[in-house]
Design a protein. Structure first.
Length: 625
C-alpha cells in the first residue's frame, strides 16, 4: 500500500490557502475586460490553519513583460483581501495572488499583546532575534522599551520560498475607452442623398455634420461591397428582383470583387479613406459590417468551391432559416477540410480594412460560425491591433451570446428591443450590470435595427420612440440606433405581425427627409450631449433601480464620483402617469431636468412625479447637492 506521504518532498508544505480569486471568468479560461485607465479590483480569500499571521500580495504585469509588479493586499474582514492595479496599456495584463504565513509578523502581533499585558519580554526578544537576525533584537544593553520599539518597527524578512503559495495566473483584456462608452448611428451609405438617388461616400461626407450634431461617435455602415445579381432579392424581400432593384448589401460579391472590394456606385478606395479621415476629424469612427457569407457571384465561389457545402445534386447550399430561404446568400462551411485556408482568408478580410483605417467592426451573425475560429481570429487581430473593437450581432440563445463575448467580442447586442415592461427592464438590466457576467459581457443596446421594428414602435407613436431612446441612452453606456428611420419615426411593418419594415432599406435606396419638423434629431442630440457631459452615464455597473408606487413609472440612477443622474420614465405611451419615487439620498437636494430644463427640490424618501406622454414622457435629472 502506498504511503500517503510518498509523493512529498523534504520541504514542509505551505500552510496558507488561497481561494476565490476574482475577477475571473470560468476559472481563468477567459480574460475579464476593462478599458484603458480603469482600476482592476482584485479580491480573494486567504487564510491558514492555526493562528499564524498571513501576508497576501497582488502581482501583475503587462503581457510580455518579465518582471511582476507587486502590492500588499488589504485585509478587509473574515479572511477577505483586496488590492487593485491600473491598466495603462491596450492589450492583455496578467495578475495573480500570492500569500504565506509569516512567523515574524505572528511574533510581532503577539509581542504587542504581551507588552500591553505588562509581561516580561526578555525571552520574547530572543525568539524574535532568531526569527529576524537583521533586526538587532538581541542587544540586552538596550532598555526593554527601546528593544520593544525596535521590534515593532522591524520589517519582516523575506519569506522562505517553500512558505509561499500562489494562485493561478488570470488575465484582463484592456480595450479602448470607446469599448465601454460609445454611441452608434447606423445608416446605409447608398441612401445618403436627399433626392433618393444612389449616393456615394462623398455624399456621406456631406452628412457628417448631421450625425455629429446628434452626438454620435460611431458611424456604422452595413456591407459596402459589390452586390450579387444571381437570385437578387427585390423590394420588400421579393424573391424576384425587378429591373433597377439594387439588392441586399448582405448578398456580398459580384464580378467587381468580394469582401475586399467596394460597390462601384459608392466610390473608390480613395473616397472611402477620405470619408474615414473626415469622420476622424469630427471625433467619429467609421464601423463596418463584416458578414461572412457570399452571393452566388462572389469570386470565392468559383475560386474556392471547397469552402461551401454542396447539395446532393452538386449545387452549393444557399442559406436557410426555415421556413425562410435566402437564395441570394451562400454560407461558408466551417467544417470544410480546407478550414485552415478559409480561416486565414477570413482573418485577412479584417486586416484588409484595418489597413484602410477601420478600427471598429460589427460582425453579422457570428453565432453561425465556428467558436474556435472567433477565439483564434480575434486573439490574433487584437495582439497586433489592440485598439480594435468587435460588436457581436448575435440575437440568439443567452449561452451562445455569452460564449461569443468570452471568446473575444468587445461588445454584444442584447435583448433590450424585446424588454419593454417595468419588470422586464428591471430584471434584465440588473442581470447585465450586477451579475458576474458583467466581467466579460459588455451590452450595446439598440431600440431598432434594419431587421427589427418592434411592435412597441409600430403602435406606440412618438412617445414610444422618445421613451425607448431615453432608456437606451441612460440604461447602457453603449447604445445605438438605426437612422434616419429612428429620428424620423419610421413605424410601418411590412405586414401585420412582422418586425420587418415596409419599404425596407435593406432592399432599396430610400429617400429620407432629414429636415422634417417632427424629427427627433434635436432630442437625440440633447440626450447624447447629456451622456458626454455626465460621467455617471458612461459606465454600467453603478445602475440602481428605485421603488415607485406606480408600475408604469420606472426610476433608476447612476453615480460616478460626485456626478449622479436620476431618470424617471413613463412606460405608458397613451396616458399621463403620476406617483411617488423613493430616493435614499440624505437631506434635501435639487434635481435639474437636463431634458426640459426644470428644477425641483427633492428630499430623502418619497418625491412626486407626473409625466405626460403628450409632452415629454421622461425626466433625466442631474442631482445637485
Amino acid at each position: 500500500m502506498r504511503s500517503p506521504t510518498s509523493s512529498l518532498n523534504n520541504a514542509a508544505p505551505a500552510r496558507v490557502v488561497i481561494e476565490s480569486v476574482r475577477p475571473e471568468v470560468d476559472g481563468g479560461r477567459y480574460p475579464v475586460k476593462r478599458t484603458l485607465g480603469e482600476h482592476v479590483l482584485v479580491e480573494c480569500d486567504a487564510f491558514a490553519d492555526g493562528h499564524d499571521a498571513v501576508v497576501c500580495e497582488l502581482l501583475w504585469k503587462f503581457s510580455g513583460e518579465s518582471e511582476w509588479q507587486c502590492q500588499a493586499m488589504e485585509f478587509r474582514h473574515n479572511d477577505h483581501w483586496a488590492g487593485s492595479f491600473t491598466v495603462a496599456q491596450l492589450g492583455r495584463y496578467q495578475y495573480k495572488v500570492r500569500a504565506w504565513t509569516d512567523p515574524f509578523l505572528t511574533w510581532q502581533r503577539d509581542l504587542v499583546k504581551r507588552y500591553e499585558a505588562r509581561q516580561d519580554l526578555s525571552v520574547d526578544f530572543l525568539i524574535g532575534a532568531a526569527l529576524n537576525p537583521q533586526a538587532a533584537l538581541s542587544d540586552a544593553s538596550k532598555s526593554p522599551e527601546e528593544r520593544y520599539d525596535t521590534a515593532i518597527a522591524a520589517r519582516p524578512p523575506a519569506p522562505a520560498p517553500e512558505r509561499i503559495r500562489e494562485s493561478g495566473v488570470l488575465e484582463v483584456q484592456v480595450d479602448p475607452v470607446r469599448a465601454r462608452f460609445s454611441t452608434w448611428y447606423e445608416m446605409f451609405p447608398r441612401s445618403a442623398r436627399a433626392d433618393g438617388k444612389q449616393a456615394t461616400f462623398n455624399d456621406v461626407v456631406a452628412l457628417l455634420p448631421y450625425v455629429q450634431e446628434m452626438g454620435f461617435d460611431v458611424l456604422y455602415f452595413p456591407p459596402i461591397h459589390p452586390i450579387g445579381t444571381t437570385a437578387r432579392k427585390g423590394k420588400n424581400n421579393a424573391v424576384a428582383a425587378a429591373p433597377g432593384d439594387v439588392g441586399s448589401p448582405w448578398a456580398i460579391g459580384a464580378k467587381e470583387g468580394g469582401h475586399k472590394a467596394i460597390l462601384p456606385e459608392l466610390g473608390k478606395f480613395e473616397d472611402f479613406r477620405a470619408l474615414v479621415k473626415a469622420a476622424n476629424q469630427r471625433g467619429m469612427e467609421i464601423a463596418l459590417d463584416i458578414a461572412f457569407q457570399c452571393s452566388p457571384d462572389h469570386p470565392y465561389v468559383k475560386e474556392h468551391p471547397e469552402w461551401f457545402r454542396k447539395r446532393p445534386d452538386g449545387s452549393i447550399q444557399y442559406a436557410e432559416n426555415p421556413p425562410k430561404k435566402y437564395q441570394d446568400i451562400y454560407p461558408f462551411d466551417f467544417e470544410t477540410p480546407a478550414w485552415r485556408e478559409l480561416w486565414a482568408e477570413l482573418k485577412s478580410v479584417f486586416e484588409f480594412w484595418v489597413g484602410h483605417g477601420v478600427k471598429i467592426f460589427r460582425v453579422d451573425n457570428p453565432h453561425t460560425k465556428a467558436f474556435d475560429f472567433w477565439e483564434w481570429c480575434i486573439r490574433e487581430l487584437k495582439e497586433k491591433h489592440p485598439e480594435l473593437i468587435f460588436l457581436s450581432e448575435a440575437f440568439t440563445r443567452p449561452r451562445i451570446m455569452h460564449k461569443l463575448a468570452k471568446l473575444g467580442f468587445t461588445q454584444s447586442y442584447t435583448y433590450f428591443t424585446w424588454r419593454n415592461t417595468k419588470e422586464e427592464l428591471v430584471d434584465y438590466f440588473t442581470e447585465l450590470t450586477q451579475s458576474p457576467s458583467r466581467e466579460y459581457f459588455r451590452p450595446n443596446v439598440w431600440p431598432n435595427t434594419p431587421d427589427i421594428l418592434h411592435e412597441t414602435l409600430q403602435h406606440g407613436g412618438r412617445p414610444a420612440f422618445i421613451v425607448r431612446v431615453v432608456l437606451a441612452a441612460t440604461l447602457a453606456a453603449n447604445y445605438g440606433l438605426y437612422g434616419p428611420a429612428y429620428e424620423l419615426l419610421e413605424h410601418l411593418p411590412r405586414e401585420p405581425g412582422s418586425e420587418e419594415y415596409l419599404g425596407s432599406e435593406k432592399y432599396e435606396v430610400r429617400r429620407w427627409d432629414r429636415g422634417r419638423a417632427d424629427s427627433l434629431k434635436e432630442l437625440i442630440g440633447r440626450l447624447n450631449r447629456i451622456r458626454h457631459e455626465n460621467v455617471a452615464l458612461q459606465r454600467d455597473w453603478s445602475l440602481r433601480f428605485h421603488p415607485t408606487d406606480n408600475h408604469q413609472l420606472l426610476a433608476y440612477s447612476k453615480r460616478e464620483g460626485q456626478n449622479a443622474v436620476l431618470v424617471v420614465v413613463n412606460l405608458d405611451f397613451n396616458h399621463p402617469q403620476s406617483g411617488f419615487v423613493d430616493v435614499d439620498l440624505d437631506g434635501s437636494f435639487e434635481v435639474q431636468d437636463l431634458l426640459s430644463g426644470g428644477r425641483y427640490t427633492w428630499n430623502r424618501g418619497r418625491n412626486y412625479v407626473e409625466l405626460n406622454p403628450g409632452t415629454l414622457p421622461a425626466h433625466v435629472f442631474k442631482v445637485v447637492r
